[in-house]
Design a protein around this ligand. Structure first.
Ligand code: P6P
Length: 333
């Protein structure tokens, strides 16, 4: 497709090619792209519009919520909710699922993290929105329940993220490749800029918060030491790249190659990243781009969720690098 392909025309092309990507799915994707434009407008104005700083509330994770978190959450809910195209929504910022206006529902569930990495907002580091779409298991949207949200990642119909950085890029997959679109503010459109993203088999970067070194298990420590050893044949030592904003670290590693790890620590016994609206959507994208994502033992997309906000250890990125991380985690190296 040519460089003037808008994200909307790409959605329609996917709808024509793939039956599971029906108009309800492309409508949802369109609404997410629209909400992203609204969030972008505020993110780029944050320094001027005095919307920085804590909103004084805390979310279900016990984290202080910045005003942009609330704004992004509200915009996504209203953008999606205005058309009633969903059966349920689940957000990092909401304790329980969000139900649509009465008798105006769709057959899909949207799970999202409205503004991941928000602790970086007021220091001008890239933040992001992450989303995941499932079809409900029952045929009656009116009967949709939390159960329809707690599906394995392998059941996702679509997933994506928006990174609000030096430029704003929306990346998504419907299971038919990974495609990136860069926002052009002069025309208000997301234009195709990264068609069929394939992540390198092995990377040159690793992303880990080594400040937690003493909380890591032995396998994790030995993996990180391995990456730092000198061995030209395997491109080691890798360089550290850790921004503390998952979407930014993931996006860089997706394009250049690399591995992001957030293992279990003493403070986060099940890891810190959330399964349903961070690990699963990014794992779907990563695998579609030729990468790999596990919790050290299991494929992320095969994990049967138990609750909406559950966390998981996460090793995600270039297939070769994640496989080696798993071998260290499983004591095979
Ligand atoms: P730490 C941001 O709060 C976040 O959820 C991810 O975006 C990021 O990768 C991670 O936490 C950073 O956590 O413990 O290294 O500060």
């Amino acid at each position: 497709m040519n460089k003037l392909t808008t994200i909307e025309s790409h959605f329609l092309q996917q709808q024509k090619l793939y039956p599971e990507v029906n108009h309800e799915v492309t409508d949802l994707l369109h609404d997410v792209a629209f909400a992203a434009k609204l969030v972008r407008r505020e993110v780029v104005r944050a320094g001027l519009a005095d919307i920085l700083g804590l909103a004084g509330t805390t979310n279900v994770q016990g984290e202080e919520v910045k005003k942009l978190d609330l704004f992004a959450n509200e915009k996504i809910i209203s953008a999606i909710g205005q058309h009633g195209r969903f059966a349920l929504m689940g957000s990092e910022e909401n304790d329980s699922v969000i139900v649509p206006p009465k008798n105006d529902t769709g057959n899909y569930v949207l799970l999202f993290d409205p503004l991941d990495g928000s602790s970086n907002i007021d220091v001008n580091v890239s933040v992001g929105t992450i989303f995941s779409i499932y079809r409900i298991k029952s045929d009656d949207p009116g009967k949709a329940s939390l159960d329809d949200c707690l599906q394995k990642g392998a059941e996702q119909i679509a997933a994506g993220y928006v990174i609000y950085g030096s430029s704003v890029v929306m990346v998504y997959t419907t299971g038919h490749g990974v495609h990136g679109f860069t926002y052009d503010p002069t025309i208000g459109e997301f234009l195709l800029s990264h068609e069929n993203i394939v992540t390198p088999e092995r990377g040159k970067y690793y992303s880990a918060n080594e400040g937690s070194w003493h909380e890591f298990n032995e396998g994790t420590k030995r993996f990180l030491d391995y990456l730092k050893e000198e061995d030209k044949a395997t491109g080691r030592p890798y360089s550290t790249r850790y921004i503390g904003s998952f979407v930014a670290d993931f996006h860089r590693n997706l394009l250049t190659g690399g591995v992001f790890i957030y293992p279990a620590t003493k403070k986060h016994k099940n890891g810190k990243l959330r399964l349903m609206y961070e690990a699963n959507p990014m794992a779907f994208i990563c695998e579609q781009a030729g990468g790999r994502a596990t919790d050290g033992e299991r494929r992320i997309l095969d994990i049967q969720p138990e609750e909406l906000h559950q966390r998981t250890p996460l090793y995600i990125g270039s297939k070769h690098d994640v496989l080696i991380a798993e071998e260290f985690e499983q004591g095979k190296r």
